[in-house]
Design a protein around this ligand. Sequence first.
Ligand SMILES: [Zn+2]
Length: 225
Amino acid sequence: MLKAVVNLFFPKVCYACLNLLNDNEDTICIDCRHDLPVTNFHFDDNDAIKKVLYGRAKVENGTALFRFEKKGLVQQLIHGLKYKGYDNIGFFLGNWLGGELKEVEAYKDIDIVIPVPLHKNKLKKRGFNQVAKFGQQIAKALNTDYKDNVLVKITNTKSQTTKGRISRWMNSEELFALQNASTIENKHILLVDDIITTGATLEACIAVLNQAKHIKISIATMAIA
Ligand SMILES: [Zn+2]
């Protein structure tokens, strides 16, 4: 009864097409679920992500849930997640991809899920990292840990003052640093992000993660552009 009243005043809409949801639908309507451009990279052993990073970063496996198309459903979803704060989109997409990855041999030995971090100022402004829920749900599905205290995004100035305590990756416009390196030694890491485009951000993150000993890295993103 209460739910019906709430729905009357705050009707639930599909986060992809913005049409009203039926009672049996949640977050994304049935039509959109069928229409979303899934890649199935992880089922097809497709190495598109590896190819993006070829010669720049070594990755074991990589996948993206969707292909990103301008003005398409995926753009609508990621926009809602990033700029409108609808973080149940991240929850939904993490459940979706996590549920699939746990069936794929190549992802069964993942030990830790690590998100591409936001700078703390941006985190403060946005209130949340848009890939947090996505990564947490994948970690849950794979029965592994989610760690957001290992890889951090830093500024030039901060890196100067803490020089020596943390090391950083110099050849990128984006600066990342590694903390608690010993907690990821000898582990297979699944690095998660929203969209992979040029791969520059992931490349910078991987270079920093590789300062830890004997790690393997795989990638999972919401979309590939
Ligand atoms: Zn829809």
